[in-house]
Design a protein around this ligand. Structure first.
Ligand code: 5GP
Length: 177
């Protein structure tokens, strides 16, 4: 694997495609075993999770549904500050077992907002699958049930993750030099 330059930054090889697929299969195996009776709905958080979700869900063999959502932030009134909204969900999720599919959990702010939104919709149970987790940055109490690979506090691209819109299509993960 060679270094790549995206715009003004150079990234060096970090996690190979083989290693990625190995950990994705491990997560799928655990989900197939642990959620076999749950009939879950997987909520894939776009954009970054598209590649992880595709690989993961090819290996998930239990009965399930898959839906794709985006989180949109906008500034509300001064009393409410920034409001986060979930867009794209057409399915009724009240009373359902939900598995959030994330590309990366860093500080956990995004995850917490999403869990709060889902809780308001009265889902039955929430599980979280994130391909990457930065344990040093993560300060929230929400359990990340399925983690592919833990990484230090560094900026990574590839496998769905972008730098300024670029790099999402790379099948390996690269880290900022
Ligand atoms: P949070 O801090 O809320 O857990 O993460 C917010 C978002 O920042 C993630 O969903 C992801 O889009 C982005 N992010 C966090 N760390 C990285 C990283 O190392 N590389 C890239 N490309 N995006 C990241």
């Amino acid at each position: 694997m060679q270094s790549v330059t995206l715009k003004d930054k150079t990234f060096i090889p970090y996690i190979t495609s083989d290693k990625i697929l190995e950990s994705v299969k491990e997560i799928a195996g655990r989900i197939n075993f642990e959620l076999v009776n749950d009939k879950p709905i997987f909520l894939v958080v776009l954009n970054g999770s598209f590649m992880f979700a595709a690989d993961l869900l090819k290996e998930v063999t239990i009965e399930c549904e898959i839906s794709f959502i985006k989180l949109a932030s906008y500034h509300g009134t001064s009393s409410t500050g920034t409001v986060t909204e979930m867009i794209g969900l057409t399915e009724e999720i009240k009373g359902r077992n939900v598995v959030i599919v994330e590309d990366i959990v860093d500080t956990g702010i995004t995850l917490e907002k999403l869990v709060n939104l889902l809780t308001k919709k009265e889902v039955k149970k929430i599980k979280v699958a994130s391909f990457l987790l930065k344990p040093e940055a993560y300060k929230k109490d929400i359990k990340v049930d399925y983690v592919g690979i833990e990484i230090p506090n560094a900026f990574v691209v590839g496998y769905g993750l972008d730098y300024d819109g670029l790099g999402r299509n790379m099948k390996e993960i690269f880290v900022l030099k």
